[in-house]
Design a protein around this ligand. Structure first.
Ligand code: SAM
Length: 282
């Protein structure tokens, strides 16, 4: 099994490598956990799976026998070389040596034939230093990805599950708008090599039909406006995108909101209400 202390130790030694901290390299060394994470994604033989940061292949090993195709994005050329050798016998695998944050995902996903691949699933034991950037990239762009299963630091995951008003951001609003979020598993820091400082959590994000009758782009535009200047009042923020004082006060009155409130005083429902009444699509 790739996800074992022995394999990781030996493979790193054999290739003269040490885990690269700057790239968030903490390798999973519990095969039961790797298998549990992959099974939680319900991969079937019409699924295309995208995995970011495969490392030595701890999760990939369990994905390959299940998926119609697995696409790996890995930034470290040394990992890429090892992966190519490890999985040489699999024809349903594509490996890209690239920084995932630089991938044109829009273009990439457009080329996928949805008659062949009924499900697009994203899986990652996330490199922790870019957790938010990766989540924002795949969730806020409204891509046609059906399911996302990702491991992250426990505290970060808990904030996503139960954000406080002061922590709301565009991601929290979009998750409320069109995702079911659930806990797959807590994972102890002892399940990694090298051992990180904190425990992890695996979350699953399943895309659903939007819960509210508002346009996605309008919601994103309004949120970007409101969250850009958290300390400003609704009045000042909304004025910046071209609404007059009177328009703002009148519209906010209809949803029982005072124009002098700040974003951190609002609930997600309040934000959804604002996006319903203020159209900034054009
Ligand atoms: N999936 C493996 C596992 O579970 O053992 C490794 C997970 S490790 C936490 C994160 C992986 O992400 C490393 O292999 C690292 O090289 C890779 N990585 C870091 N930054 C990346 C980026 N910007 N794009 C793609 N891969 C990245």
């Amino acid at each position: 099994m790739i996800s074992s202390k022995k394999y990781v130790d030996e493979t790193l030694k054999k290739n003269n490598l040490i885990a690269n901290k700057a790239l968030g390299q903490n390798f999973l060394v519990e095969s039961d956990i790797a298998s549990y994470i992959v099974n939680s994604a319900n991969i079937s033989n019409d699924s295309l799976v995208i995995e970011v940061g495969p490392g030595l292949g701890a999760l990939s090993e369990f994905i390959l026998p299940l998926a119609k195709k697995l696409i790996l994005f890995e930034i470290d050329d040394k990992m890429v070389n090892i992966l190519k050798n490890t999985f040489i016998n699999f024809s349903n695998l594509e490996i890209y040596h690239v920084d995932f944050l630089k991938v044109d995902l829009d273009n990439f996903l457009k080329q996928i034939d949805r008659n062949i691949y009924k499900n697009i699933i994203f899986i990652s034991n996330l490199p922790y230093y870019i957790t938010s950037k990766i989540l924002n990239k795949i969730i806020i762009n409204n891509y046609d990805i059906n399911k996302i299963v990702v491991m992250m630091q426990k505290e970060v995951g808990q904030k996503i599950l139960k954000p406080e008003k002061k922590d709301y951001n565009l991601l929290s609003v979009i998750l409320d708008y069109q995702y079911d979020v659930s806990i797959v598993k807590y994972v102890s820091k002892n399940s990694y090599l090298p051992r990180p400082l904190i425990d992890s959590i695996v979350l699953k994000f399943e895309k659903i039909k939007p819960r509210y009758f508002i346009d996605f782009t309008n919601l994103v535009n309004i949120c970007n406006t409101l969250f850009a200047y958290r300390r400003k009042t609704l009045l000042n923020n909304l004025k910046k995108i071209g609404f007059t004082n009177k328009e703002i006060i009148d519209k906010l009155q209809k949803i029982n909101l005072d124009a002098n409130l700040r974003i951190e005083q609002l609930s997600i429902n309040n934000i959804i209400d604002i996006a319903t009444f203020f159209n900034v699509n054009n």
